[in-house]
Design a binder for this molecule. Structure first.
Ligand SMILES: [Mg+2]
Length: 478
C-alpha cells in the first residue's frame, strides 16, 4: 500500500523553508543562496502562478499555449475518424466518438480558464491513486490544484490521464488511441532515414565480431548519439505538428556533436563492459514512437551484438501519453510495419526483432508507474516491483525530456548541481539519461557553461537542439 501521508508531493519535503504553492522550496542539494531549487510549474515556479508571477516561464507557455493546441488537435483527429469508426463499430461507436470529443472540449475549457483539477471517474486501476493524491493535495492546501497555479509536472500528466479517462468511459472504443494516426504517420514519413540507418547498423553488426576495443567504443558512442538525437522528434513538443526524421541522422551526428553539453559516454561504456562478465539485462525506458523508437531499437541491437547483455528490457507506457510516447501497441505495430515493408533492411530488422520478442532476448514492460505524476525518487514507494526490476538491470537508459524531469524531480535546480544529487536517492542501479533539452531544467553543467550556451542560443533549454548524456553509477537499491 502507498503511504500517502509521506508522499503528498512528488518532491523532497525537507528541509524546506516552505512547501506551499507559489513559494520557494529548498531541499537537499538545491542552491539556497540564489533561492533556486523550487519546484517548477505553477505553484512553485512557473505555470503562471509562481510567487513572482512568472508568466514568461516555459511551464506557463506550455499550459497556456501548447496544451490547448494539443487538445484541439485531438478533438479534430477524433472527429475526422468518424467514418471509419462508424464502419467498424456502428452507431454506438459513433456515440463513443462524440463523447470523447465532448470530453476533450470540456477539458480544453478547464485548462484555458484555470479551473480546479477534478477527480477521475473511470474504472482504470490507477484511478484511486490519482484521486487519493488529489485529495491529499487539496486538504493540505485547503484548495484544489489549478492548471496555472499547480506544479507543471502534475497538471501536464493529469491532462493526458484525463484524455485517457474520456476513452476509458467508452462502451466500444476503450482501446482507442487518439494519437495513433500521428504516431504512425511519423514513422511512415521517416522511412528513408530509417532505411539508411538500418543499412548502416547491419554493416556495423557484421564488423563487431572482429572489432577492436577502440572500434567498439566508436560504434557504441555513435549509436548512443543516434538514440540521443532521435529524441529531437517529439510530437508533444511540436504541439502535434508533423515531426518526422527526413534527413539521414548519420550525416547530422558530426554537426550535432558540439551541442552535447554533458557527455558521460566513457562512464557508460565502462559500465557496459562490466556486463561482459555478468548476466544482467539492460533496461531502456522509452520516450517517443516513430523515428526515435527506431533509434532506440538500433542501440539495443548493437548492445546485444557487442555482448554487453543477452536481454534488453524496454519500458513503455500503459496508455497513450504525451502524444507520441510508446505504448505496447505502438511497439508491436512498429515491428509489424517494418517486417511488412518493401524495403529490404526494414523487413530484415522487423523480422529479426519480432523473433527477439519470441525468444526473450527482447522484453517490453508497460508498468502503470510511468504514467503516474510522481517523480522517480518515489518509485520505491509507489512501485517497489518496478524499482526491483530496474535494480536487476546492468544499467537503465532513460530517454527524453519527461523521464529527465521525473529523474530530477522537475525542480528548478542550479545548473551546476551534480546529476547524482538531483536524483535524490533514486539509485536502483546505474542510470543514464539521454535527453535533448526541451524543458527549462538541466543539471550537471560546468560553472559558467549555461551562460556560454545562452549567448549562442537564447532558447537552448527548450528547443531540442542541445542535449545531455548524463550518467550516475551510484547503486543503492534498498
Ligand atoms: Mg514523449
Amino acid at each position: 500500500m502507498f503511504d500517502f501521508d509521506l508522499y503528498i508531493y512528488p518532491v523532497p519535503r525537507q528541509p524546506a523553508n516552505d512547501v506551499m504553492p507559489g513559494k520557494a522550496y529548498e531541499g537537499e542539494g538545491v542552491d539556497r543562496v540564489n533561492g533556486r531549487g523550487r519546484e517548477r510549474g505553477g505553484g512553485r515556479k512557473g505555470a503562471g502562478g509562481g510567487r513572482k508571477g512568472e508568466v514568461s516561464s516555459f511551464a506557463f507557455k506550455t499550459i497556456k499555449d501548447r496544451l490547448p493546441v494539443i487538445l484541439s488537435k485531438i478533438a479534430d483527429t477524433v472527429y475526422r475518424s468518424k467514418v471509419k469508426v462508424k464502419e467498424e463499430n456502428g452507431e454506438d461507436g459513433l456515440e463513443d466518438l462524440k463523447a470523447i470529443v465532448g470530453s476533450i472540449s470540456k477539458l480544453r475549457n478547464e485548462v484555458q480558464t484555470n479551473k480546479p483539477v477534478i477527480p477521475l471517474v473511470d474504472d482504470r486501476s490507477d484511478t484511486p491513486v490519482w484521486n487519493r493524491y488529489l485529495t491529499e493535495v487539496t486538504e493540505r492546501d485547503q484548495a484544489p490544484p489549478k492548471w496555472f497555479v499547480s506544479p507543471w509536472l502534475y497538471v501536464e500528466c493529469y491532462m493526458y490521464r484525463r484524455i485517457q479517462e474520456a476513452v476509458e468511459k467508452c462502451k466500444l472504443l476503450q482501446k482507442y488511441d487518439v494519437f495513433e494516426d500521428q504516431k504512425k504517420k511519423a514513422l511512415m514519413d521517416s522511412q528513408d532515414a530509417v532505411e539508411v540507418l538500418f543499412t548502416y547498423l547491419k554493416t556495423i553488426i557484421h564488423k563487431v565480431p572482429s572489432a577492436s576495443e577502440d572500434d567498439i567504443t566508436e560504434y557504441v558512442t555513435e549509436f548512443i548519439q543516434i538514440s540521443l538525437w532521435g529524441n529531437k522528434c517529439d510530437l508533444s513538443i511540436s504541439a502535434s505538428q508533423e515531426n518526422a526524421q527526413t534527413e539521414s541522422i548519420l550525416d547530422q551526428l558530426h554537426h550535432l556533436a558540439p551541442n552535447i553539453l554533458i557527455d558521460n559516454t566513457q562512464q557508460v561504456l565502462k559500465r557496459l563492459r562490466e556486463g561482459l562478465d555478468v548476466n544482467q539485462d539492460i533496461s531502456i525506458v522509452l520516450d517517443n514512437a516513430g523515428f526515435e523508437l527506431i533509434t532506440d531499437l538500433c542501440l539495443a541491437e548493437l548492445l546485444l551484438a557487442c555482448g554487453f547483455t543477452t536481454v534488453i528490457r524496454f519500458h513503455g507506457k500503459a496508455m497513450p501519453w504525451f502524444v507520441s510516447d510508446v505504448t505496447m501497441r505502438d511497439f508491436m505495430w512498429t515491428l509489424e510495419t517494418l517486417s511488412e515493408s518493401g524495403h529490404e533492411e526494414m523487413k530484415y530488422f522487423g523480422n529479426l526483432w519480432k523473433n527477439r520478442l519470441t525468444d526473450g532476448s527482447w522484453i517490453i514492460n508497460c508498468h502503470d508507474f510511468w504514467t503516474l505524476p510522481f517523480d522517480y525518487s518515489l518509485m520505491k514507494n509507489y512501485a517497489p516491483d518496478l524499482h526491483k526490476l530496474l535494480s536487476s538491470s546492468l544499467i537503465t537508459f532513460f530517454k527524453g525530456d519527461l523521464n529527465y524531469r521525473k529523474l530530477v524531480g522537475d525542480l528548478s535546480w542550479n545548473t551546476t548541481v551534480k546529476f547524482e544529487t538531483s536524483l535524490r536517492g533514486f539509485h536502483p542501479n546505474p542510470v543514464c539519461a539521454l535527453r535533448t533539452c526541451k524543458a527549462d531544467v538541466v543539471v550537471g553543467l560546468q560553472e559558467g557553461q549555461a551562460d556560454e550556451v545562452k549567448v549562442k542560443d537564447d532558447s537552448w533549454m527548450v528547443n531540442g537542439n542541445w542535449a545531455i548524456i548524463s550518467y550516475c553509477g551510484k547503486v543503492q537499491p534498498n
